[in-house]
Design a protein around this ligand. Sequence first.
Ligand SMILES: *Cc1c(COP(=O)(O)O)cnc(C)c1O
Length: 422
Amino acid sequence: MDVIQEVSVVGPRQFRNNDVAIGAGNEFWTACRSNGLAGIVANLTGDGMLEDPDGFRFLNLSCCSYLDLDSHPQIIEGAIEALRKYGVLDHCISRIRIQLPMLLELEEALGGLFDARVVSAISASAATAGVLPLLASGHLTRGERPLMIFDKFAHFSMNLFKPVCADETTVLTCPNNDLNFIEDQCKRNHKVAYVTDGTFSMGGHADVAGLLELQDRYGLFLYFDDSHSLSVAGSRGEGYVRSQIASLSDDTIIVATLNKAFGSSGGAIMLPKSRTDMEDILTRFGGPLAWSQPMNTAAVGASLASAQLHDSPELKLRQSQLDANILRFDAQVLTPQRGNGFPIKVVPVANTRVVSCAQELLRRGYYVSPVFFPIVPRSQAGLRVMLRSGLSPAAVDHLCKSIIDVVGQDVEVKHDQDATVQ
Ligand SMILES: *Cc1c(COP(=O)(O)O)cnc(C)c1O
C-alpha cells in the first residue's frame, strides 16, 4: 500500500490519522537507526565538525542553521551574559502577569528589524498553536469566523491544528499555491483565511503578490510561517514574505522560528502595527503564548545578540557566502532544486540504494539525511543535503565530488521536475 496517498474519511480522522503516519514513520526511522543514520551521538568540536564518542569526526549537512549563527561567539556570549545579569533561566510565571524587561527589549529589537509589532514565543510551533485557534474562532478577524484554507504543503506544525480549527470553523485544504481555489472560496464566503508556509522546505515560495491582490479584493486573511527563510532572505533578515510586503495590513500575520538561520531559540510573531488588539488576545488566550513559559533568559540573550548581528554588515556577508555555496553546489550536482536559490537539495537516489549511499558518505565524513519510502514516495527517494554559509568552497567541492563518486549513475534529473520548482 502506498501510504502517501490520501484517503477520505468521514467523522473522526478527518484531519489526521496516526495509524498511517506512524506506520510510515516508524518503518523509516527504524531503517535509519539500524543502519547508523539516526540515533547518532556527537559533540560540536568548535571547528564546524561533529565528533562521536569514538573520535570519528564528520561534517553535518543536515542542519538548518543556514548562516552558521548557531555557534557564533557573540550569540553564545549573549546567552551567558543574560543568565548572569538576570540570575534566572526561567522565572515560571505567565507573562500576562509579570515579565522580565529583557523580553520586551527583544520584541522591540525584532520589531525594528522586521518593521512589525513582534510578539515572541518559545518556538514557531508554539506561535502557531497560539494563533491558529484564535484565528479560527474569529478573534483576530474582528469577530467574524473565517473559512480556513490550509495549503496542502503547509508544515506539520500548522496541520496539527486543523482539527482544533475545525472545531471552530470550516477547514479546507487546497492544492499547493492554488490561487484559483482560494479566490473561488473568497467569492463564496465573506471572510477567508489562508494558512501556508512562506518558503517551502524543498524551495519555492507562497505567491505573495497574488495573495496580496486577493487580500485587496476580498479581505483575505493571510497566515504565513516563513521559518525557512528568516535571516536567509531580506536585507535585514526579515525573510522572504516580509521582504515582499511593503507594510503588513490588518489581515496579515507572519510567524517564524528563531531556531534555524537566526541562530538562537524561540519564535517570532510579526503582527501589523495597527492591530494592538491582536497582541492582548494572543498573550491572554493564545495557549502556550499565555502559559507559564516565555522564551527563557538564555534564549532572549542569544536572540538579542543575533538581532544585533542582523543589523550589521555580517548578515549580508553570511547571506552572500550561503548564496555562493548554493551556486557552487548547483554547478556540480544535479538536483530538482537546482537554481532555486534555496539551501536544501535532494540528490535523487533509487530507493534501494539510498541507505547504503548515505552510509558511505558518512564513512567519508559527510552526514546527509536519506529520505526514502515510506516517508516519501519511492520516486522521490534521495539524499537531502543542507548547505550553510560557513562551508569553505573547498569543502563544498569535496562534498560534491564525494556525492558524485558515491551516487554515480543515479544523479539524473528530469527536466519537467525542474519546471515545477520556482
Ligand atoms: C522548522 C519549522 C518549524 C519548527 O520551528 P520550531 O521553532 O522548532 O517550532 C515550523 N514551521 C516551519 C515551516 C519550519 O520549517
